[in-house]
Design a protein around this ligand. Structure first.
Ligand SMILES: [Zn+2]
Length: 517
C-alpha cells in the first residue's frame, strides 16, 4: 500500500535581499511539521524556495552591477546555505527562474486564458513598487505614500491583461462556507471574509514595463505579474526528473497541498487570488492556508534602517542550531506575533534545555553508570506514577501539532519534563542506593530513562540533533524515522537499557554581553 501524502510549503522568499530571521522562522516551523509527519509515516513533500522575478529584483541586481540571473543565483544559494545551517530538511527547492517553471506558468496562463478569465484593458492606478502591488487611494497615507514602505507610490497607466477575479466572488464565498478550516488560525479568517465582502476586483496579471519576468504566451511584449508567477511555484517543482513538463504530471502525486504556511502579510494572495486562479484553471484548491504572525525585537518592529534586526547567522554561530529552532517554536505561539529578546532567549536555553532537560538526562545517566555499570532493566512498576501522564502527553502533543499549535505541543512535553524532574527529586534514587533499596532505585532509573527516550522522540521534529544525541546517550543506535513513533509509551521499545556516558547536551550559556554592561 502506498503511503498517504502530506504536502507542506513555506512561502517562496523574494530574493531582493539575503534571508532574514522572519524567513528563517517560517521555514523552521514548516520543517518541524514536515519532520513530525515523516515520523508518523507520511510520504512528505516539504517545499521551500525563492521568488525571483519582478522590477525590484531587476533593480537590486542592477545596483550591484550583476545580471538579474546572477543576482538570483547568489541569493538563492544564501537561502540554501542558511537552511542547511538550520537543519531544514526540505524535499523541493522551488526557483521561479527555472526553465520548468516558465513552461508550467505558461501552461497555467493558457488554461485560464482559454477559459475566458483573462482579458485586455487599460489600467490606471497607483502602484507601490516595493510591494509589487496596486494600492487603493484610501489605503495610502497623505501624499500617496505607501504605509508599509513610506515611499510615494507611482501613477501608472498602461495596457494590461486582467484576471477576472470578480467572476469568482460567489464560488469563493461558497468554498469558504463549505471549508470552514481553510484559513488558519481562525482569527485570520475574518480579515479574508472582509475582503471578499467588499467585492473581488479584477486585477492586472501582466506588466508592460517589467522585463525581468516570464513572457505572456499571448503577447510577448508583456511579462506575467510576479505574484501570478510565484504562486505557481508551488506546482512546478513537483515534477520528477524525466517527467514530461506539464501541469498534469506536476500535480499527480502531491497536489492539492495539505497546507501553505505563510506570513500574514501575504494572506490575500494565498487565500483569495490563488484559490480563484486554481478554480479558473480547473484544479483542486489547497486544503489549508496558515498565516502566522510577525516577529519583533525587544518589543519593537524590526527594520534595517533602525538597525533593530536579528541576524540569523550570528544567532546560530553563538548559540547553535537547535537553540535557535527551540526558541522560536517554544516562545512564540505559532500564528500570533512574537518577540525576541536576548535575555529571554538565554533564559529559555538555560532553564528549559540546559537545566530541566539536560540535567535530568545527565544525572540519571551518571547514576546508572556509577552504580549499575550502565545497565538497568524494567521492573514493571510505576514508582514515579507517571505512566498515565506520559500517555496523556503523547495524545495532547499529537492534537496540538496536527493543529499546527507548535508551541502548545512543546509546552506539554516540557510539562512532562517538569513532572519527571519533580518525581525524580522526590524519589531521590541516589538516596535509595545509599539505603540499600536497590530495586526501587532501579525502577526509578528505568522509568526516568524511558520517559527521556519518549521525550527524545517527541522533540525530534523541533530539535532534531539534540533528539538524536539524547537517544544515543540512552544507548540506542540509530533513530529510525519509520518506527520510533510506534515505540512511544513506557516499556514499548526495550525492557533493558545499556547507556553511554552522559555528556551535557546543552551547556549553560553565560551572557558575555550582559556582563560587559
Ligand atoms: Zn509598499
Amino acid at each position: 500500500m502506498s503511503k498517504e501524502t502530506f504536502y507542506i510549503t513555506s512561502p517562496l522568499y523574494y530574493v531582493n535581499d539575503v534571508p532574514h530571521i522572519g524567513s528563517a522562522y517560517t521555514t523552521i516551523a514548516c520543517d518541524a511539521v514536515a519532520r513530525y509527519k515523516r515520523l508518523r509515516g507520511f510520504d512528505v513533500c516539504f517545499l521551500t524556495g525563492t521568488d525571483e522575478h519582478g522590477q525590484k529584483i531587476f533593480k537590486a541586481a542592477n545596483d550591484k552591477g550583476m545580471t538579474p540571473q546572477a543576482h538570483c543565483d547568489f541569493i538563492a544559494s544564501k537561502f540554501q546555505e542558511l537552511w542547511k545551517l538550520l537543519d531544514i530538511k526540505y524535499d523541493k527547492f522551488s526557483r521561479t527562474t527555472s526553465k520548468n517553471h516558465e513552461v508550467i506558468v505558461q501552461e497555467f496562463f493558457n488554461r485560464v486564458y482559454k477559459n475566458g478569465d483573462i482579458y485586455e484593458a487599460n489600467y490606471e492606478g497607483l502602484y507601490c513598487e516595493p510591494c509589487e502591488d496596486f494600492k487603493a487611494a484610501k489605503d495610502l497615507l497623505e501624499g500617496n505614500i505607501c504605509p508599509v514602505h513610506k515611499t510615494k507610490v507611482q501613477e501608472y497607466k498602461e495596457k494590461n491583461y486582467f484576471f477576472a477575479l470578480s467572476k469568482f466572488q460567489d464560488r469563493l464565498s461558497d468554498y469558504f462556507d463549505k471549508n470552514p478550516d481553510f484559513i488558519q488560525p481562525s482569527y485570520r479568517k475574518n480579515e479574508v471574509l472582509g475582503w471578499v465582502k467588499e467585492g473581488l476586483k479584477d486585477f492586472p496579471i501582466s506588466r508592460q514595463s517589467v522585463k525581468w519576468g516570464i513572457p505572456l504566451p499571448v503577447d510577448t511584449s508583456q511579462t506575467i505579474y510576479v505574484w501570478f508567477d510565484a504562486l505557481i511555484g508551488y506546482l512546478s517543482p513537483l515534477l520528477n526528473d524525466g517527467d514530461l513538463v506539464n501541469l498534469e504530471n506536476a500535480m499527480k502525486k502531491y497536489w492539492p497541498s495539505s497546507v501553505h504556511v505563510i506570513g500574514k502579510d501575504i494572506l490575500r494572495f494565498h487565500a483569495v487570488y490563488w484559490p480563484c486562479m486554481l478554480m479558473s484553471a480547473g484544479y483542486p484548491l489547497p486544503e489549508k492556508v496558515f498565516g502566522h504572525g510577525f516577529l519583533t525585537k525587544d518589543g519593537e518592529k524590526m527594520g534595517k534602517s533602525t538597525g533593530n534586526i536579528i541576524d540569523p547567522y550570528e544567532l546560530i554561530n553563538e548559540f547553535g542550531t537547535d537553540a535557535v529552532r527551540f526558541y522560536f517554536l517554544k516562545e512564540v505561539a505559532f500564528g500570533k506575533d512574537g518577540d525576541f529578546s536576548r535575555e529571554t532567549f538565554i533564559n529559555r536555553i538555560n532553564s528549559d534545555l540546559a537545566n530541566n532537560l539536560g540535567n535530568l538526562l545527565n544525572r540519571s545517566l551518571n547514576l546508572v553508570n556509577k552504580n549499575f555499570n550502565g545497565e538497568i532493566e524494567n521492573t514493571n512498576s510505576d514508582l514515579l506514577s507517571l505512566k498515565i501522564k506520559v500517555e496523556e502527553t503523547i495524545k495532547s502533543y499529537e492534537k496540538h501539532i496536527e493543529n499546527l499549535d507548535l508551541k502548545d505541543a512543546l509546552d506539554v512535553v516540557w510539562q512532562l519534563v517538569d513532572a519527571t524532574n519533580k518525581a525524580f527529586n522526590d524519589n531521590a534514587p541516589w538516596k535509595m542506593i545509599k539505603e540499600g533499596k536497590v530495586n526501587e532505585a532501579k525502577a526509578c532509573l528505568y522509568e526516568t530513562l524511558e520517559i527521556l527516550r519518549n521525550i527524545s522522540i517527541l522533540v525530534n521534529p523541533f530539535i532534531p540533533s539534540t533528539s538524536v544525541k539524547m537517544y544515543e546517550q540512552l544507548g540506542f543506535d540509530s533513530f529510525s524515522l519509520t518506527s520510533e513513533w510506534d515505540c512511544l509509551g513506557i516499556g514499548k521499545k526495550s525492557q533493558f537499557f545499556k547507556v553511554l556516558e552522559g555528556k551535557p547536551i546543552f551547556p549553560r550559556v553565560e551572557d558575555k554581553m550582559q556582563k560587559a554592561v
